[in-house]
Design a protein around this ligand. Structure first.
Ligand SMILES: [Zn+2]
Length: 63
């Protein structure tokens, strides 16, 4: 089962992931140290409640 890097959205294999962080009891995996660094700097930015950038996009396309 793959995990999603919350910073860039890439799929990461937890078994081989070198970069991970624990936040609020959840473990997050990252594809690169830069992503981990960004996450640790501002985790909330990447973990918006119900956060889904795609639905934002759709909402903007109001008819
Ligand atoms: Zn990444």
């Amino acid at each position: 089962m793959t995990a999603i890097d919350p910073v860039c959205g890439m799929e990461v294999e937890p078994e081989t992931a070198e970069w991970k962080a624990e936040y609020k009891g959840h473990t997050y995996y990252f594809c690169a140290p830069g992503c981990l660094r960004s996450f640790e700097k501002d985790p909330e930015k990447y973990l918006k409640p119900g956060g889904d950038n795609h639905s934002d996009h759709h909402a903007a396309h109001h008819t």
